[in-house]
Design a protein around this ligand. Structure first.
Ligand code: G3P
Length: 222
């Protein structure tokens, strides 16, 4: 996938659920078409199929369970996500943390199936550990800044810089994204200047009065 990239994590906001999720995904699609910048949506499981059918942007799952086919009531199977058209998945978001062993299982199975894997981490050392598992991306997000409106790339640049340096030492094939509090063009530019290859964000766009305008602002300084 061409970098820089923007991954919008739809989480479970009402503003990014159901028919509103589809509208938001269409806004991402139109900004991607207009600017040529890769826009990806990480949507709730129940919204995946409809958004895959009605847009042309890559769609990620927000989480995949480390299970094999069989008796796992309430879980979601990777083979079924693939049949429903996902291009990859977030793994280990701070709002949905997994064990190291489960992260390893899921990264391995996404690699086998040629899917994008975005392992979310909370600091520099967990980012290095995640890089060794060989995902497509590590996305570092200090938990205290998530949903705060205070951008990691401006408030804690050393976290982004330290992650870029240490991830590349640990595994040069892994790209770094950053997230938490990112919403403006200046936030995104600061992230790229620090060596990140894109951003993972949510509330700054999802809760904006006009998400499409907010997305255009986000990529205006690249
Ligand atoms: O996954 C992205 C996320 O955790 C950052 O959230 O609302 O600070 O952009 P937000």
């Amino acid at each position: 996938i061409k970098t820089p990239i923007v991954i919008l994590n739809f989480k479970t906001y009402l503003e990014s659920s159901g028919s509103k999720a589809l509208n938001l995904a269409k806004a991402l699609e139109s900004v991607s078409d207009e600017t040529g910048i890769s826009m990806i949506a990480a949507v709730q499981t129940v919204d995946i199929n409809r958004i895959v059918e009605e847009t042309n942007i890559p769609i990620l799952a927000q989480s995949i369970d480390a299970i094999s086919p069989g008796g796992h009531t309430g879980s979601n199977l990777i083979e079924n996500f693939i049949e429903n058209g996902i291009s990859g998945t977030l793994i280990n978001h701070s709002e949905n943390r997994l064990t190291l062993a489960d992260i390893d299982v899921i990264v391995k199975s996404t690699n086998e199936k040629n899917l994008l894997s975005v392992v979310c981490t909370n600091n520099v050392s967990t980012s290095m550990a995640a890089a060794v598992l060989n995902p497509s991306f590590v996305a570092v997000e200090p938990p205290e800044l998530i949903g705060s409106g205070i951008s990691v790339s401006q408030a804690e640049p050393e976290v982004v810089e330290g992650t870029v340096l240490n991830v590349s030492n640990a595994n040069k094939d892994v790209k770094v994204l950053c997230g938490a509090g990112i919403s403006t063009g200046d936030d995104m530019k600061a992230a790229l200047d620090l060596g990140a290859e894109g951003v993972l964000l949510a509330s700054g766009i999802i809760l904006a009065e006009n998400p499409k305008t907010a997305l255009l602002d986000l990529v205006s300084k690249i």
